[in-house]
Design a protein around this ligand. Structure first.
Ligand code: B1M
Length: 214
C-alpha cells in the first residue's frame, strides 16, 4: 500500500489529531484525490480502530480520539470535495443520522459527496427524531430524505421516518434512502424505503437513480 496513505491510516489509529490534519493538508498539496485519501487512508484507520475495539484491544477513549482525528482530517478535505461540485442542481436531499445515534462521520461524508455531485443537501446533523426529518423535508421542499444509522439499536428509527411520511400522506412525494453499517437492501425493502446505499459513492448513484437530474 502507498506509504502516504498508510501514514493517514496510522494517524487515525493513533488518535493523533494534529498529524491527521497535517497529512490531510499534505495530501492536497501532493494532489491526491481527496476521496481516495479519505477512503483508502483515514476511513481505513477508523474501521481498524472499530475492529480493535470490538475485540477488546482498545477502549472507548481511544475510539473517541480516533474519531476526532478522522474529523480533523475531514474538515481539511471536505472543501476540496465540494469544489468538484457541478453547477446544475440534481435535486435536494435532507440528510441526518437517526435519533439515539451520534455517529456522524459517514453521514457527513455522504452529504459531502452528494454536494460534490451537484445535489443540494440540508444536513440535520446526528440524533435526529423521525418527525424532524419529515418537518424539514417539507419546509425546504426537498425531493428525498437520506437517513443514516450505525447501530442495530437505532436502525428501527429509519422505519419510523417511513411511517411518519405515510401518516402525513407524504409517502410518494419524498424518496427515502437509507444507509449505515447495519443496513442492507433487504432492510430497505422491509421498511418500505426506496433504496439502500453501502457507501458514499453508492449513495450518489442511488440519489441519481431515484431523484434524477432536475
Ligand atoms: Co461507535 N459503534 N459506538 N462510536 N463506532 C460502531 C458503529 C460499532 C460497529 C463498533 C463495533 O462494535 N465494532 C458499534 C455498533 C454495534 C452495533 O450496533 N451492532 C458501535 C457502538 C456499540 C458504539 C457505542 C454504543 C459504544 C458505547 O458507548 N458503548 C456508542 C454509541 C453512541 C451513540 O450513537 N448513541 C458509540 C460511540 C462512538 C464514538 C462516539 C466513539 C465514535 C463516533 C464519532 C462520530 O461519528 N462523531 C464511534 C465510532 C468512530 C465507531 C466506528 C469505529 C467507526 C464509525 C465510522 O465513523 N466509520 C464504528 C465501527 C465501524 O463502523 N467499523 C462504530 C467511518 C465512516 C466513513 O463509515 O459510518 O460506515 P460509516 O459510513 C459509510 C457507510 O456506512 C455509508 O457511507 C459511509 C461512507 O462510505 N453510509 C451511508 C453511512 N450513512 C449513510 C447514509 C446513506 C447512505 C450511505 O443514506 C442514503
Amino acid at each position: 500500500m502507498d506509504y502516504f496513505l498508510e501514514r493517514c491510516t496510522q494517524s487515525v489509529l493513533e488518535g493523533d489529531e494534529e498529524q491527521a490534519e497535517e497529512l490531510a493538508r499534505q495530501a492536497l498539496e501532493l494532489e491526491y484525490s481527496p476521496l481516495e485519501v479519505i477512503e483508502k487512508g483515514f476511513v481505513r484507520g477508523i474501521r481498524e480502530v472499530g475492529e480493535l475495539w470490538e475485540e477488546g484491544t482498545v477502549f472507548l477513549p481511544e475510539l473517541v480520539m480516533a474519531a476526532e482525528a478522522m474529523k480533523r482530517a475531514m474538515a481539511v478535505l471536505r472543501p476540496a470535495l465540494t469544489n468538484q461540485s457541478e453547477t446544475l442542481t440534481q435535486g435536494h436531499l435532507v440528510i441526518g443520522t437517526i435519533e439515539g445515534d451520534i455517529h456522524d462521520i459517514g453521514k457527513t461524508l455522504v452529504a459531502t459527496m452528494l454536494e460534490a455531485n451537484g445535489f443540494r443537501v440540508t444536513d440535520l446533523g446526528a440524533d435526529v427524531p423521525a418527525g424532524r426529518f419529515v418537518d424539514e423535508a417539507e419546509a425546504c421542499g426537498a425531493d428525498g430524505i437520506a437517513i443514516s444509522a450505525l447501530l442495530t439499536t437505532t436502525m428501527s428509527g429509519q422505519r419510523r421516518v417511513v411511517e411518519e411520511l405515510e401518516k402525513r400522506a407524504l409517502r410518494p412525494r419524498f424518496k427515502v434512502l437509507v444507509g449505515g453499517a447495519p443496513c442492507s437492501q433487504e432492510w430497505a425493502e422491509q421498511i418500505g424505503a426506496d433504496g439502500y446505499a453501502g457507501d458514499a459513492v453508492a449513495a450518489v448513484a442511488l440519489a441519481r437513480r431515484l431523484i434524477g437530474i432536475r
